[in-house]
Ligand binder design. Structure first.
Ligand SMILES: *[C@@H]1O[C@H](CO)[C@@H](O)[C@H](O)[C@H]1NC(C)=O
Ligand SMILES: *[C@@H]1O[C@H](CO)[C@@H](O)[C@H](O)[C@H]1NC(C)=O
Ligand SMILES: *[C@@H]1O[C@H](CO)[C@@H](O)[C@H](O)[C@H]1NC(C)=O
Ligand SMILES: *[C@@H]1O[C@H](CO)[C@@H](O)[C@H](O)[C@H]1NC(C)=O
Ligand SMILES: *[C@@H]1O[C@H](CO)[C@@H](O)[C@H](O)[C@H]1NC(C)=O
Ligand SMILES: *[C@@H]1O[C@H](CO)[C@@H](O)[C@H](O)[C@H]1NC(C)=O
Ligand SMILES: [Cu+2]
Length: 684
């Protein structure tokens, strides 16, 4: 039951403008915050009107040359017409990027409604699946789910998928505080729109804050893309990429940005395909005041660089956890990551572009292992939103430009997946490992139990894998039964096997994961990954990038701290012991970029028993099997609530069939009596 919204005098108008985007929520101040999510599929660029007889009718909408929405008629096709069609408000249409396709909505909204609660509240969300043909689960990305690990929303790990017409009530603690989001965890389904902001406040916010969710967006549904791609990722697996395909983009270091070809992208559900005039998200600022923006990458595959023309971004938190403030020009955000930043609306009253661009620099047409040249092209992969100052005339598109980066005043980018840009670009990269948290976490107390170290190498040996294992989901949730035959056990020597990869972790130890992205010439190509852990926040205690040519930016040598332990590089190890680990005031995150041919070291205290998924958050990599389960303290898992749904394979025997065919209706009389009574169908 959402409580009253907190408004401070003078900010009301500002908040109202933002709420018009329908991504900001009301802050629930109650101990139990309950929501009902009705999940449906709908069509973008469609207007629904109620006819006089009460029936509803959907009509296609088109965009006029001057950016208005009109009901589509044959008129629309006539560019020289002198009559205008029926206008509809952009508030009544899910426009996305102005192109028609299917989209998944929660309560009719895209992105789904924001949940905003106070820390420690109990969140209860009843999810009603009205998708008719697809099962769903919802994952509460970044929350710890302590004592309720089976509420984590991962199909086949924590629960049976919610089937069409079914409902499922998630109930869990709002912890920790910060910027989070929810999203479908069924394969690539979240790419079709099933996501929304989840904000947990530790105290009432002193300045207005607004979620800025962005995502890469395609014109086909995720499953269609996944099976239609050359490598049919579910059944054939990757490794079949054609490196020379010119449409694929490369970042400045000579790494392919993702196997998913860019189509478009959205900010708070809006964008423009190519140069159409679809409406964009608008953020209104009151001149001279601060706003906190909560950047959430809710997309599937592309990494974005986010900036606001002529405004410094004062970064104050990542993945919900405070960092010592840092003024930057742009933040690089991979799928699943969040960054909170403040802006001072101190520029001249005007409107400014908010930009989210992929890291594409060009194509790599003649690349071989030893010779990489990224050829710049004019393909622009970006989306935009608008920051409008209150008193500026706001109907026109902004004409603003980003500031120039100069030797005297270089630009600062946070979270580059590579060591740096070419020198002449005047861009300084700050890595996450070089940010700091204002406080030390309890994980810093490593002396107590010692550190237990694991190496996880993410690569492509017959499809995306971790340590050579492609994750094969179990046929029922792992909490369902102690039976082992619902999983496919992993062989001891796995060099590209498909199995239910589970790593057992001891209780209450400092776990150190060395996340590595190493490859050899025989095991495919480099890629940046971004690793997300469920059930925990980790400390980012070290990272290592490959070296690169300072003139071109191109990769030259893998980071030497880590080496492959075998020819296929399915496992890795330190070359000469670990590099310096920065434990004190380490930044805390739950999703972290893993540089290609480099590593990121994270630590956490294994004090939250459960089966916790750990995976690359790029949807193609995840769907192919770049995932595993951490079984933390296997003897201490809390039991699921009674009546927790079960699922799995079913088969029956010939004997049972014969028995059924004998027609002995009395054998189960008691069962039927009870059932018919429950259905109110008893005949006597
Ligand atoms: C159609 O709309 C345009 C743009 O708003 C306007 O300039 C024009 O006068 C309209 N034409 C008619 C016939 O209403
Ligand atoms: C905006 O305009 C209103 C009315 O003209 C004025 O009272 C207010 O001070 C202006 N605000 C800013 C930030 O300029
Ligand atoms: C962090 O900063 C130090 C110096 O301030 C630098 O030597 C080091 O390379 C940086 N590390 C990373 C991972 O950026
Ligand atoms: C976990 O280990 C720490 C340090 O050894 C200890 O202080 C704490 O009591 C342990 N917690 C539990 C629940 O055993
Ligand atoms: C369920 O069926 C799949 C496909 O036939 C099979 O691989 C798996 O072993 C079965 N699992 C159980 C628990 O019977
Ligand atoms: C970097 O690349 C430039 C241009 O290809 C080349 O001339 C130069 O020798 C390279 N530098 C190093 C250190 O390899
Ligand atoms: Cu990946």
């Amino acid at each position: 039951m959402p409580g009253p919204r907190i408004l401070r005098p003078g900010l009301a108008a500002l908040l109202c403008m933002m709420l018009a985007l329908s991504v900001g929520g009301e802050i629930c101040q109650d101990a139990v915050c309950s929501y009902r999510f009705v999940v449906r599929r709908a069509r973008t660029m469609t207007h629904t009107r109620t006819l006089p007889n009460g029936w509803k009718q959907n009509n296609q909408v088109s965009i006029t040359h001057d950016g208005h929405l009109e009901l589509f008629t044959t008129l629309t096709l006539d560019r020289n017409r002198d009559v205008n069609g029926t206008r509809v408000s952009s508030d009544d249409v899910i426009t996305a990027d102005g192109v028609q396709r299917n989209v998944i909505l929660v309560n009719g909204q895209f992105p789904g409604p924001a949940i905003e609660v106070m820390e420690g509240a109990q969140i209860a969300v009843t999810v009603v699946n009205q998708l008719m043909m697809d099962a769903i689960t919802i994952h509460w990305h970044g929350l710890h789910m302590r004592n309720t690990p089976w509420m984590d929303g991962v199909p086949s790990v924590t629960q049976c998928p919610i089937m069409p017409h079914e409902s499922f009530t998630y109930r869990f603690a709002a912890f920790p505080a910060g910027t989070f989001y929810y999203h479908s965890h069924m394969s690539s389904q979240m790419a079709d729109g099933l996501f929304g902001a989840l904000i947990i406040h530790s105290s009432n916010p002193p300045i207005p804050s607004v979620p800025l969710l962005f995502n890469d967006w395609y014109h086909e549904e995720a499953e269609t893309m996944d099976i239609a791609s050359k490598h049919n990722i579910y059944h054939v697996g990757a490794g079949q990429f054609e490196l020379a395909e010119p449409s694929r983009g490369y970042s400045v270091d000579g790494v392919e940005i993702t196997g998913r070809k860019f189509v478009s992208a959205l900010i708070n559900g809006r964008g423009r395909y190519k140069s159409n005039k679809a409406p964009l998200a608008k953020f209104t600022a009151e001149g001279g005041h601060k706003i906190r923006m909560r950047l959430i990458h809710a997309g599937g595959d592309h990494v974005f660089k986010v900036s606001i023309d002529q405004h410094a971004l004062r970064v104050v938190a990542s993945d919900g956890h405070d960092i010592n403030p840092l003024a930057v020009d742009a933040i690089i955000v991979s799928p699943g990551e969040r960054f909170d930043f403040e802006i001072d609306a101190g520029a001249s009253p005007d409107s400014y572009w908010i930009r989210a661009e992929t890291l594409r620099e060009g194509s790599c047409v003649t690349c071989t292992w030893d010779s990489i040249t990224v050829t710049p092209d004019d393909i622009v992969e970006e989306t935009r939103a608008v920051l409008v100052y209150q008193n500026s005339s706001s109907d026109q598109d902004p004409t603003s430009e980003p500031r120039n980066c100069t030797p005297e005043n270089p630009c600062i980018f946070l979270n580059c997946p590579f060591g740096g840009y070419p020198e002449d670009r005047q861009i300084v990269c700050i890595s996450i490992a070089n940010t700091s948290s204002p406080t030390s976490s309890k994980d810093d107390a490593v002396e107590g139990g010692g550190v237990v170290e694991y190496f996880l190498n993410l690569g492509f040996r017959v499809g995306s894998n971790i340590n050579g294992h492609r994750y094969l989901p179990s046929t029922a949730p792992l909490y369902q039964s102690p039976s082992t035959n619902m999983i496919t056990p992993c062989p001891t020597d796995c060099q590209g096997c498909k199995c239910t990869h589970i790593l057992n972790l001891p209780f209450n130890k400092t776990i150190q994961l060395v996340l590595a992205g190493y490859i050899t010439t025989s095991t495919g190509f480099p890629a940046h990954h971004n690793v997300h852990i469920h059930g925990y926040t980790f400390d980012v205690v070290a990272s290592g990038y490959p070296s690169f040519n300072r003139t071109t930016g191109i990769f030259t040598h893998s980071n030497p701290d880590v080496v492959c332990s075998n020819e296929l590089c399915t496992t890795v190890k330190w070359r000469q012991g670990s590099p310096p680990i920065k434990v004190k005031n380490a930044p805390r995150k739950d999703t972290v970029i893993l540089p290609a041919r480099g590593y990121t070291v994270v630590r956490f205290r294994s004090d939250n028993p459960g089966f916790w998924f750990l995976h690359c958050h790029q949807s193609m990599h995840l769907a192919e099997g770049m995932a595993m389960v951490l079984n933390v303290a296997g003897d201490r898992h809390p039991a699921p609530p009674s009546g927790f749904p079960k699922c799995g394979n079913f088969s029956w025997s010939e004997e049972d069939y014969e028995a059924a065919m004998s027609g002995d209706w009395q054998a189960n009389k008691k069962y039927w009596d009870q059932l018919l009574e429950a259905l109110l169908l008893r005949q006597d």
